[in-house]
Design a protein around this ligand. Structure first.
Ligand SMILES: [Zn+2]
Length: 250
């Protein structure tokens, strides 16, 4: 068992008067061998995952070279029902911290459309990748550079099950937020609430419920431009069924 701690203590002063104080404190226990039979250590990391993770043709994550990216005009990416307030389940599964439960919001379930997508895609969960998992922070890189954290919002094609979506080329759409850790990061501030909830309830193995969660709190203010490519899940079995929409916080 190893204990990994990311402690970010960010202070900004607002014209010398009011102090904004934000603490992002993640203190989780990760076992060297995960409950899934795979993980991120030497012995069970990506090189050992096998299957499509090794033999696939469009595996994620990738390094995005901005010079090689084509500029395309897509319709605006729409985040619908992300302003709805509902309850989410927060779970530390040993590999990530994940929020889910939006499928139970029925007609209020958040979804995305536009942005080059041919269908609506419904939000089923979001989770974070940061340096505790892989020592690098983000999974995707831009011009070879990692970001301190990467948040994935996983959506599946409207009206389908996860299993159906896994087996279609365009079954899943993941919005990825590449996040800088700094005092004015609204995305991290929003995620900070999720972490705090988890910590206050301490890790008991089961999910913690947050009653009044508004998914839009996690979105960056500007999502007019993003990187779009077709790739895969970044966890076993690495199914090549994912449309990636990658946003960076300005
Ligand atoms: Zn992910």
């Amino acid at each position: 068992m190893k204990i990994l701690v990311l402690f970010v203590h960010l202070v900004s002063s607002n014209e010398g008067s009011n102090q904004t104080f934000l603490i992002l404190f993640i203190h989780t226990l990760f076992s060297d061998e995960s409950q899934f039979g795979w993980g991120y250590s030497q012995s069970d990391g990506p090189k050992t995952w096998g299957g499509k993770c090794i033999s696939g043709k469009q595996q994620s994550p990738i390094n995005i070279q901005q010079n090689n990216a084509n500029i395309a005009n897509y319709a605006k990416l729409n985040f619908i029902n992300f302003d709805t307030i509902g309850s989410v389940k927060i779970m530390n599964n040993g590999l990530t911290i994940m929020a889910s439960g939006m499928q139970e919001w029925n007609e209020n379930q958040p979804y995305i459309s536009g942005g080059g997508l041919k269908y609506n895609y419904q939000l089923v969960q979001f989770h974070i990748h940061w340096s505790q998992m892989n020592e690098n922070g983000s999974e995707h890189t831009i011009d070879g550079k990692h970001f301190p954290a990467e948040i994935h919002l996983l959506h599946i094609k409207e009206g389908q099950s996860m299993n159906e979506s896994l087996h279609q080329k365009d079954g899943i759409a993941v919005v990825s937020l590449l996040v800088n850790i700094r005092y004015n990061s609204s995305v991290l501030t929003a995620f900070d609430e999720v972490f705090k909830t988890l910590l206050l309830n301490s890790y008991k193995g089961g999910p913690t419920v947050v009653q009044q969660y508004r998914p839009s709190s996690i979105l960056p203010t500007n999502y007019d431009s993003f990187f779009y490519y077709e790739g895969s899940l970044t966890t076993p079995g690495c199914e090549e069924s994912v449309i990636w929409l990658i946003l960076t916080e300005p």
